[in-house]
Design a protein around this ligand. Sequence first.
Ligand SMILES: [Zn+2]
Length: 319
Amino acid sequence: MQKQMENINFYETNYDIIGQWFVRPGEKVVLGDMKNRICRFCGKQSPEVTFRKVAHAIPELLGNKSIESAYECDTCNQGFGSGIENDLGNWSKPMRTLIRIRGKSGVPTLKKGGDKPGWRIEYDQSRLNITAYEDDPIYEVDEENKSVTFKLRRDAYTPVAVLKAFMKIGITLLPDDEVVNFSGLMAWIQNPDHSKPYLNKCPVIYTFQPGPMPNDFIAAFILRRKQTVTGYPYAFFVLGYGNEVFQIPLPSEKHDSQMNGQSISIYPFPVLGHLDALTYGEPKRAVLDLMDCTVHKGERMTVQMGYDSRVPVDISGKS
Ligand SMILES: [Zn+2]
Protein backbone atom coordinates (compact mmCIF):
# COMPACT_ATOMS: atom_id res chain seq x y z
CA MET A 1 0.00 0.00 0.00
CA GLN A 2 2.92 2.32 0.77
CA LYS A 3 4.13 1.84 -2.79
CA GLN A 4 0.69 2.59 -4.18
CA MET A 5 0.67 5.95 -2.35
CA GLU A 6 4.08 6.80 -3.83
CA ASN A 7 2.77 6.03 -7.31
CA ILE A 8 -0.32 8.17 -6.78
CA ASN A 9 1.75 11.06 -5.41
CA PHE A 10 4.15 10.92 -8.35
CA TYR A 11 1.35 11.32 -10.90
CA GLU A 12 -0.50 13.94 -8.85
CA THR A 13 2.67 16.02 -8.65
CA ASN A 14 3.99 15.66 -12.19
CA TYR A 15 1.17 14.81 -14.61
CA ASP A 16 -2.30 15.90 -15.67
CA ILE A 17 -4.77 13.38 -17.05
CA ILE A 18 -5.87 15.08 -20.28
CA GLY A 19 -8.06 12.23 -21.47
CA GLN A 20 -9.63 9.19 -19.83
CA TRP A 21 -12.08 6.51 -20.90
CA PHE A 22 -13.74 3.64 -19.04
CA VAL A 23 -15.80 1.57 -21.42
CA ARG A 24 -17.84 -1.59 -21.54
CA PRO A 25 -19.56 -3.13 -24.56
CA GLY A 26 -22.76 -1.28 -25.45
CA GLU A 27 -21.41 2.13 -24.52
CA LYS A 28 -20.66 4.12 -27.64
CA VAL A 29 -18.04 6.90 -27.77
CA VAL A 30 -17.20 8.66 -31.04
CA LEU A 31 -14.07 10.82 -31.05
CA GLY A 32 -14.03 13.79 -33.42
CA ASP A 33 -16.60 15.38 -35.69
CA MET A 34 -18.53 12.97 -37.94
CA LYS A 35 -19.68 15.87 -40.17
CA ASN A 36 -16.25 17.34 -40.81
CA ARG A 37 -13.90 14.43 -41.34
CA ILE A 38 -10.17 14.96 -41.83
CA CYS A 39 -7.77 12.05 -41.36
CA ARG A 40 -5.42 12.67 -38.42
CA PHE A 41 -2.76 10.41 -39.96
CA CYS A 42 -2.54 11.51 -43.61
CA GLY A 43 -4.26 14.89 -43.30
CA LYS A 44 -6.57 14.14 -46.21
CA GLN A 45 -10.32 14.61 -46.43
CA SER A 46 -13.18 13.57 -48.69
CA PRO A 47 -13.28 13.19 -51.68
CA GLU A 48 -9.53 12.46 -51.75
CA VAL A 49 -10.06 9.67 -49.21
CA THR A 50 -13.15 7.82 -47.95
CA PHE A 51 -14.45 7.29 -44.42
CA ARG A 52 -16.80 4.35 -44.95
CA LYS A 53 -15.28 1.91 -42.46
CA VAL A 54 -15.73 2.16 -38.72
CA ALA A 55 -12.34 3.15 -37.28
CA HIS A 56 -11.85 1.70 -33.80
CA ALA A 57 -9.77 4.04 -31.63
CA ILE A 58 -8.59 0.92 -29.77
CA PRO A 59 -8.39 -2.21 -31.95
CA GLU A 60 -11.40 -4.49 -31.74
CA LEU A 61 -9.08 -7.43 -31.06
CA LEU A 62 -8.32 -5.95 -27.62
CA GLY A 63 -12.02 -6.15 -26.82
CA ASN A 64 -13.02 -2.60 -27.82
CA LYS A 65 -16.47 -2.33 -29.33
CA SER A 66 -17.15 1.14 -27.95
CA ILE A 67 -14.61 3.82 -28.88
CA GLU A 68 -14.60 4.85 -32.53
CA SER A 69 -12.86 7.76 -34.20
CA ALA A 70 -14.11 10.03 -36.97
CA TYR A 71 -10.58 11.01 -38.03
CA GLU A 72 -9.10 7.87 -39.59
CA CYS A 73 -9.63 7.40 -43.33
CA ASP A 74 -10.20 3.98 -44.93
CA THR A 75 -6.72 3.98 -46.49
CA CYS A 76 -4.93 4.57 -43.18
CA ASN A 77 -7.32 2.21 -41.38
CA GLN A 78 -6.50 -0.52 -43.89
CA GLY A 79 -2.76 0.16 -43.62
CA PHE A 80 -2.74 -0.09 -39.83
CA GLY A 81 -5.00 -3.15 -39.84
CA SER A 82 -2.85 -5.19 -42.19
CA GLY A 83 0.40 -3.84 -40.71
CA ILE A 84 1.23 -2.96 -37.11
CA GLU A 85 -2.14 -4.05 -35.68
CA ASN A 86 -1.51 -7.50 -37.09
CA ASP A 87 1.78 -7.61 -35.13
CA LEU A 88 -0.02 -6.45 -31.98
CA GLY A 89 -2.63 -9.15 -32.54
CA ASN A 90 -0.09 -11.95 -32.99
CA TRP A 91 2.00 -10.83 -30.04
CA SER A 92 -0.91 -10.47 -27.61
CA LYS A 93 -2.99 -13.45 -28.73
CA PRO A 94 -1.90 -16.20 -26.27
CA MET A 95 -2.57 -13.93 -23.32
CA ARG A 96 -5.85 -12.69 -24.78
CA THR A 97 -7.06 -16.29 -24.96
CA LEU A 98 -6.03 -17.02 -21.37
CA ILE A 99 -7.66 -13.86 -19.98
CA ARG A 100 -10.71 -14.24 -22.29
CA ILE A 101 -10.65 -11.01 -24.30
CA ARG A 102 -13.40 -11.00 -26.92
CA GLY A 103 -12.43 -9.70 -30.33
CA LYS A 104 -14.59 -9.47 -33.44
CA SER A 105 -15.27 -13.21 -33.46
CA GLY A 106 -15.07 -14.00 -29.76
CA VAL A 107 -12.15 -15.12 -27.62
CA PRO A 108 -9.35 -16.27 -29.94
CA THR A 109 -8.67 -20.01 -30.18
CA LEU A 110 -5.03 -21.05 -29.98
CA LYS A 111 -3.97 -24.07 -31.97
CA LYS A 112 -0.99 -25.76 -33.40
CA GLY A 113 -0.57 -25.04 -37.09
CA GLY A 114 -0.07 -27.72 -39.74
CA ASP A 115 -2.16 -30.59 -41.11
CA LYS A 116 -1.96 -33.06 -38.24
CA PRO A 117 -4.26 -32.64 -35.22
CA GLY A 118 -2.41 -30.87 -32.44
CA TRP A 119 -2.90 -28.96 -29.25
CA ARG A 120 -5.74 -26.53 -28.96
CA ILE A 121 -6.94 -23.99 -26.38
CA GLU A 122 -10.47 -22.83 -26.86
CA TYR A 123 -12.88 -20.75 -24.83
CA ASP A 124 -16.26 -22.46 -24.62
CA GLN A 125 -19.13 -20.59 -22.90
CA SER A 126 -17.58 -20.12 -19.50
CA ARG A 127 -14.37 -22.12 -19.51
CA LEU A 128 -11.14 -22.74 -21.34
CA ASN A 129 -10.93 -26.16 -22.98
CA ILE A 130 -7.43 -27.41 -23.48
CA THR A 131 -6.51 -30.34 -25.70
CA ALA A 132 -2.90 -31.42 -25.56
CA TYR A 133 -0.81 -34.44 -26.54
CA GLU A 134 1.93 -36.07 -24.51
CA ASP A 135 4.49 -35.79 -27.30
CA ASP A 136 3.85 -32.07 -27.68
CA PRO A 137 3.24 -30.64 -24.21
CA ILE A 138 2.13 -27.04 -23.94
CA TYR A 139 1.73 -26.90 -20.20
CA GLU A 140 3.10 -28.37 -16.99
CA VAL A 141 1.15 -28.90 -13.79
CA ASP A 142 2.75 -28.28 -10.42
CA GLU A 143 0.47 -30.18 -8.02
CA GLU A 144 2.27 -29.02 -4.91
CA ASN A 145 1.92 -25.32 -5.68
CA LYS A 146 -1.39 -25.74 -7.51
CA SER A 147 -0.20 -23.99 -10.59
CA VAL A 148 -0.16 -24.61 -14.32
CA THR A 149 2.61 -23.20 -16.50
CA PHE A 150 1.66 -22.65 -20.13
CA LYS A 151 4.30 -22.39 -22.81
CA LEU A 152 2.46 -20.94 -25.77
CA ARG A 153 3.81 -20.10 -29.16
CA ARG A 154 3.15 -16.67 -30.62
CA ASP A 155 2.53 -16.17 -34.31
CA ALA A 156 5.24 -14.18 -36.12
CA TYR A 157 5.56 -10.56 -35.03
CA THR A 158 8.03 -7.67 -35.01
CA PRO A 159 8.46 -6.13 -31.53
CA VAL A 160 8.86 -2.54 -32.74
CA ALA A 161 5.66 -2.90 -34.78
CA VAL A 162 3.85 -3.90 -31.57
CA LEU A 163 5.23 -0.74 -29.93
CA LYS A 164 4.07 1.36 -32.89
CA ALA A 165 0.60 -0.19 -32.67
CA PHE A 166 0.32 0.80 -29.00
CA MET A 167 1.55 4.32 -29.82
CA LYS A 168 -0.93 4.61 -32.67
CA ILE A 169 -3.76 4.05 -30.17
CA GLY A 170 -2.25 6.75 -27.95
CA ILE A 171 -1.99 9.21 -30.86
CA THR A 172 -5.61 8.47 -31.77
CA LEU A 173 -6.74 9.30 -28.23
CA LEU A 174 -4.78 12.60 -28.05
CA PRO A 175 -6.81 15.80 -27.92
CA ASP A 176 -6.69 17.69 -31.27
CA ASP A 177 -4.43 20.49 -30.04
CA GLU A 178 -1.74 18.01 -28.88
CA VAL A 179 -1.27 16.23 -32.21
CA VAL A 180 1.10 18.91 -33.54
CA ASN A 181 3.60 17.98 -30.79
CA PHE A 182 3.96 14.43 -32.12
CA SER A 183 4.45 14.83 -35.88
CA GLY A 184 7.83 13.02 -35.84
CA LEU A 185 6.42 10.12 -33.86
CA MET A 186 3.41 9.91 -36.16
CA ALA A 187 5.59 9.72 -39.28
CA TRP A 188 7.66 6.93 -37.69
CA ILE A 189 4.57 4.94 -36.69
CA GLN A 190 3.27 5.14 -40.26
CA ASN A 191 6.55 4.04 -41.83
CA PRO A 192 6.19 0.34 -42.76
CA ASP A 193 9.99 0.00 -42.84
CA HIS A 194 10.56 -1.02 -39.20
CA SER A 195 14.34 -0.89 -39.53
CA LYS A 196 14.24 2.93 -39.64
CA PRO A 197 15.20 4.13 -36.16
CA TYR A 198 13.54 7.07 -34.39
CA LEU A 199 13.93 6.40 -30.66
CA ASN A 200 16.91 5.06 -28.74
CA LYS A 201 14.88 3.55 -25.97
CA CYS A 202 11.24 3.32 -25.15
CA PRO A 203 10.52 1.16 -22.10
CA VAL A 204 6.90 0.06 -21.71
CA ILE A 205 5.78 -0.51 -18.14
CA TYR A 206 3.70 -3.69 -17.94
CA THR A 207 1.45 -4.65 -15.05
CA PHE A 208 -0.34 -7.95 -14.60
CA GLN A 209 -3.18 -7.90 -12.09
CA PRO A 210 -3.72 -11.48 -10.86
CA GLY A 211 -7.13 -12.94 -10.04
CA PRO A 212 -10.46 -12.95 -11.83
CA MET A 213 -10.70 -9.53 -13.50
CA PRO A 214 -13.56 -8.39 -15.77
CA ASN A 215 -12.82 -9.36 -19.39
CA ASP A 216 -15.06 -6.74 -21.02
CA PHE A 217 -13.83 -3.54 -19.41
CA ILE A 218 -11.27 -1.19 -20.97
CA ALA A 219 -9.58 1.74 -19.28
CA ALA A 220 -7.42 4.27 -21.15
CA PHE A 221 -5.62 7.43 -20.05
CA ILE A 222 -3.52 10.12 -21.69
CA LEU A 223 -1.09 11.71 -19.22
CA ARG A 224 0.73 14.94 -19.93
CA ARG A 225 3.58 16.45 -17.90
CA LYS A 226 2.44 19.49 -15.89
CA GLN A 227 3.68 22.80 -17.30
CA THR A 228 5.74 23.53 -14.17
CA VAL A 229 7.57 20.19 -14.34
CA THR A 230 10.77 19.34 -16.23
CA GLY A 231 12.92 16.21 -16.32
CA TYR A 232 10.17 13.68 -16.93
CA PRO A 233 8.74 12.42 -20.23
CA TYR A 234 6.14 14.70 -21.81
CA ALA A 235 3.35 12.18 -22.30
CA PHE A 236 2.22 8.63 -21.56
CA PHE A 237 -0.60 6.49 -22.80
CA VAL A 238 -1.99 3.93 -20.34
CA LEU A 239 -4.18 1.08 -21.56
CA GLY A 240 -5.80 -1.58 -19.39
CA TYR A 241 -7.91 -4.56 -20.45
CA GLY A 242 -8.57 -7.85 -18.64
CA ASN A 243 -5.66 -8.47 -16.26
CA GLU A 244 -3.14 -6.40 -18.20
CA VAL A 245 -2.09 -2.75 -18.08
CA PHE A 246 0.42 -1.15 -20.49
CA GLN A 247 2.04 2.23 -19.91
CA ILE A 248 3.56 3.50 -23.15
CA PRO A 249 5.67 6.66 -23.50
CA LEU A 250 4.58 9.04 -26.28
CA PRO A 251 7.81 10.92 -27.05
CA SER A 252 7.38 14.46 -28.38
CA GLU A 253 10.22 15.93 -30.44
CA LYS A 254 9.16 19.37 -29.23
CA HIS A 255 8.92 18.69 -25.51
CA ASP A 256 11.29 15.77 -24.83
CA SER A 257 14.48 16.92 -26.55
CA GLN A 258 16.00 18.20 -23.28
CA MET A 259 15.99 14.65 -21.93
CA ASN A 260 18.13 13.10 -24.63
CA GLY A 261 20.55 10.60 -23.14
CA GLN A 262 19.41 11.15 -19.56
CA SER A 263 18.41 8.25 -17.40
CA ILE A 264 15.34 8.85 -15.30
CA SER A 265 13.20 6.89 -12.85
CA ILE A 266 9.48 6.71 -13.39
CA TYR A 267 6.90 5.38 -10.97
CA PRO A 268 4.34 3.08 -12.57
CA PHE A 269 0.87 4.54 -13.04
CA PRO A 270 -1.20 3.23 -10.10
CA VAL A 271 -3.56 0.35 -10.85
CA LEU A 272 -6.27 -0.96 -8.59
CA GLY A 273 -5.51 -4.68 -8.88
CA HIS A 274 -7.94 -7.25 -7.52
CA LEU A 275 -9.69 -6.09 -4.34
CA ASP A 276 -8.80 -9.41 -2.73
CA ALA A 277 -5.04 -9.09 -3.08
CA LEU A 278 -4.53 -11.43 -0.11
CA THR A 279 -5.97 -14.32 -2.11
CA TYR A 280 -4.74 -13.46 -5.59
CA GLY A 281 -1.56 -11.49 -4.93
CA GLU A 282 -0.40 -7.97 -5.64
CA PRO A 283 -0.04 -6.66 -9.21
CA LYS A 284 3.19 -7.85 -10.87
CA ARG A 285 5.28 -5.45 -12.90
CA ALA A 286 7.85 -5.73 -15.67
CA VAL A 287 9.48 -3.42 -18.16
CA LEU A 288 9.04 -4.48 -21.79
CA ASP A 289 11.64 -3.68 -24.42
CA LEU A 290 9.84 -3.65 -27.78
CA MET A 291 12.57 -1.92 -29.78
CA ASP A 292 13.80 -4.92 -31.78
CA CYS A 293 13.02 -4.53 -35.49
CA THR A 294 13.51 -8.16 -36.59
CA VAL A 295 10.68 -10.63 -37.15
CA HIS A 296 10.27 -13.08 -34.25
CA LYS A 297 9.07 -16.52 -35.32
CA GLY A 298 8.02 -19.44 -33.15
CA GLU A 299 8.65 -17.56 -29.92
CA ARG A 300 7.17 -19.14 -26.79
CA MET A 301 5.67 -17.09 -24.01
CA THR A 302 5.36 -18.50 -20.52
CA VAL A 303 2.38 -17.89 -18.27
CA GLN A 304 1.77 -19.34 -14.86
CA MET A 305 -1.76 -19.68 -13.54
CA GLY A 306 -2.99 -20.92 -10.19
CA TYR A 307 -5.94 -23.23 -9.65
CA ASP A 308 -8.12 -24.23 -6.71
CA SER A 309 -8.64 -27.93 -7.39
CA ARG A 310 -8.39 -30.53 -10.12
CA VAL A 311 -11.57 -32.24 -11.25
CA PRO A 312 -11.43 -35.45 -13.28
CA VAL A 313 -13.33 -35.01 -16.56
CA ASP A 314 -14.45 -37.75 -18.93
CA ILE A 315 -12.81 -37.07 -22.26
CA SER A 316 -13.47 -40.46 -23.83
CA GLY A 317 -12.09 -40.75 -27.29
CA LYS A 318 -9.39 -38.18 -26.72
CA SER A 319 -5.86 -38.73 -25.56
ZN1 LIG B 1 -5.63 8.78 -43.72
